[in-house]
Design a binder for this molecule. Structure first.
Ligand SMILES: [Zn+2]
Length: 244
């Protein structure tokens, strides 16, 4: 008796008598998604290296790092320089944006009424001065740009150049000027409780997401549309969660 197989024409016999296979859609979709996700994660993780390698020249001469996706350089947001016509004198050598200055004078009077003497240590700083500070102190302390950026903004990235930020001290305790110990002074205690009434806020809180060291003395004005616009990115970034 001839087997069924032998009855088939040769061509049919050679082709495999298999069931029609279904395309495995789910695994294909899953592996594609995983590959895409992995690629994106890698882009995110190595964004700094990629930028350093492929994108434009570094924005600050003397610093090899380049800005990240949010425009931050070594943790600092970029800031332009306030127009000279917007500046007013707080004291000899100390200038501030006129609206920020008005609010500050009110704040200083309110503090004085509570027995606290606020001292302005530094206010508006032109970008050229920030350059001297950044590179001067860096070479003095033999620090790398990255190390220095933790305690001082690179030129073009300082809130001081906006004329909206200032460094404050306690007039009765000058030894705490520009030191973390300022947080133990009556001035800092008063500012923490009252500065918001004058639209001033601490820029670099303890453990801030920007990775800038804690600066209890550094306050910025956010009471005008222009000021809000200036600090919107920094504000949003510090309040959001997540690794980037
Ligand atoms: Zn400052």
């Amino acid at each position: 008796m001839r087997s069924t197989r032998e009855e088939l024409p040769v061509a049919r016999r050679l082709s495999r008598p298999s069931k029609r296979r279904e395309l495995p859609i789910a695994p294909v979709v899953l592996s594609t998604a995983l590959a895409l996700g992995g690629g994106l994660a890698a882009l995110f993780l190595f964004q700094e290296q990629l930028q350093q390698r492929f994108w434009g020249p570094p924005p600050v001469a003397g610093i090899s790092a380049r800005p990240d996706f949010q425009g931050r350089l070594l943790g600092h947001f970029p800031y332009g320089e306030v127009k000279a016509s917007n500046l007013v004198d707080l004291a000899p050598g100390l200038q501030l944006d006129s609206e920020a200055a008005t609010a500050f004078e009110e704040m200083r009077s309110a503090a004085a009424a509570d027995g606290v003497q606020l001292r302005v240590i530094s206010a508006f700083r032109p970008i050229a001065m920030q350059k001297e500070i950044f590179f001067g102190v860096k070479s003095e302390r033999n620090q790398s740009a990255e190390e220095r950026a933790r305690v001082s903004a690179p030129p073009g990235y300082s809130e001081h150049s906006t004329g909206l930020a200032m460094d404050l001290g306690d007039d009765s305790l000058p030894q705490t000027n520009l030191s973390e110990s300022f947080e133990g002074t009556p001035a800092f205690y008063w500012l923490q409780n009252n500065a918001h009434r004058f639209h001033y806020q601490l820029s670099f809180a303890k453990g801030n997401r920007q990775g800038v060291s804690y600066e209890p003395w550094h306050w910025r004005y956010e009471g005008s549309a222009q000021a809000l616009q200036q600090f919107e990115a920094a504000h949003r970034f510090n309040q959001s969660r997540g690794p980037f």
